[in-house]
Design a protein around this ligand. Structure first.
Ligand SMILES: Cc1cc2nc3c(=O)[nH]c(=O)nc-3n(C[C@H](O)[C@H](O)[C@H](O)COP(=O)(O)OP(=O)(O)OC[C@H]3O[C@@H](n4cnc5c(N)ncnc54)[C@H](O)[C@@H]3O)c2cc1C
Length: 364
């Protein structure tokens, strides 16, 4: 059986391992941390991602812990509802709902479908070498492993990507702190099946249900801020649920992190038997909430192509050709939707929910 070496135990690494196993591959994941990643609170998983989860035979389990959206609101900071989109018919139209889930639950579900000895923790990949017959991944502790294909699923700071490109791409801090937290929907007086965005002169705030009783919120004031500065602004949006949401946050759940990013698209994802997937290939602003969804699609596509093409190198070259234009278009939209000044104008101009419209372009 051919062997896939996978660096990174996030959504991309875990889901690609499951897809490859379905296609008869032996898989080995190498994860630098001592446990699965739990940071990041919640994820919007759209129909394109949920369909991939269904394809892994995990649809029912996912439904047991994820929240399914019925509607998506947009409000002005004065409380005016500017857009109210019914998304309850998406399962019939698109084959799956738009959902929210806790990242750790999603990762735990994917990992549980693997054999425990298929994930090796505390193992950091630093580089690779390849021949016509195989590929070797090298680890920080001096060890190495040999296989038929190597996947760099090691996230935004990917060492496999750096080794492939021969340099570290230029990273830019955006000068924007994004604050996040988790709250009980009933306590804040908001429905558990509606996600929402609120736009004001000072910034953008949104929330997404992540199970039947909780949602996570995120927001920024368009620059660096302490939590007190951030809250000082949002506590004035008294005609919206925002002050209640922040007041009802689970104290330990509140975190603020400066958003950083790569300004340029990666033009290369593949080198012979080595491919980048997930954030290692297409690091994405949170604007479209699509990073994990695109990571799920990467794994599915890759497994399909490795089965369709006998030669690993041909399959990976086709993967790169097929996925780069789609994923990079999503990266562009994500960047656009991270710019709240621009999206605020769009929502106010009565054009509806352009995040949904842009997503639907990928469904046609
Ligand atoms: C604030 C925020 C909100 C977001 N919201 C959404 C959302 O709602 N919906 C959505 O779809 N996406 C969202 N995303 C994007 C999403 O989190 C990422 O796109 C997704 O996690 C990418 O998965 P990945 O497996 O490629 O990378 P990661 O999840 O980063 O996993 C990479 C793994 O590789 C490991 N690793 C790193 N280096 C090495 C190494 N050298 N060797 C071995 N292992 C290594 C890491 O420890 C980690 O476990 C959001 C991102 C942010 C920052």
């Amino acid at each position: 059986m051919p062997t896939a070496l996978i660096c990174g135990g996030g959504v991309a690494g875990l889901s690609s391992a499951l897809h490859l196993k379905q296609e008869g591959w032996t898989v080995q994941i190498f994860e630098s941390d001592s446990e699965l990643r739990t940071a990041g609170v919640g994820l919007n998983i759209w129909p394109n991602g949920v369909r991939v989860i269904h394809g892994l035979g995990l649809g029912e389990e996912f439904r047991s812990f994820a929240a399914e959206m019925e509607r998506w609101w947009a409000l002005d900071s004065d409380g005016t509802l500017t857009s109210d989109i019914d998304v309850s018919h998406w399962p019939e139209e698109l084959g799956a709902p738009i959902t929210g889930a806790r990242r750790r639950r999603l990762n735990a579900m994917l990992a549980a479908a693997l054999d425990p000895n298929e994930i090796e923790f505390n193992t950091t990949a630093v580089g690779y070498a390849q021949t016509d017959e195989n590929v070797t991944v090298h680890f920080e502790d001096g060890r190495s492993a040999v296989g038929d294909v190597l996947l760099g699923a090691d996230g935004i700071g990917s060492r496999i990507r750096n080794a492939m490109l021969g340099h570290v791409p230029r990273f830019t801090d955006e000068g924007i702190v994004r604050w996040r937290g988790v709250f009980e929907t009933a306590r804040a007086g908001v429905p558990a099946d509606v996600q929402a965005d609120v736009y004001g002169a000072e910034g953008h705030f949104g929330w997404i249900p992540i199970d039947s009783t909780h949602a996570y919120w995120y927001g920024s004031i368009g620059g660096l801020s302490t939590f007190d500065e951030f809250r000082g602004v949002y506590d004035t949006w008294v005609n919206t649920p925002v002050p209640q949401i922040i007041a009802n946050s689970e104290p330990d759940s509140i975190i603020g992190r400066e958003i950083g990013h790569y300004r340029e698209h990666l033009r290369q994802w593949v080198d012979g038997r080595v491919a980048l997937i997930g954030d290692a290939a297409h690091p994405m602003y949170p604007g479209m909430a699509q990073g994990a969804n695109q990571a799920l699609i990467d794994g599915q596509t890759l497994a399909r192509l490795l089965t369709a093409h006998g030669d690993v190198r041909v399959a990976l070259a086709v993967f790169e050709q097929e996925r780069i234009p789609v994923a990079n278009k999503m990266v562009d939209y994500s960047r656009l939707h991270f710019d709240y000044e621009r999206t605020r104008k769009e929502y106010r101009s009565g054009q509806g929910n352009l995040q949904i419209n842009r997503y639907l372009e990928f469904e046609s």
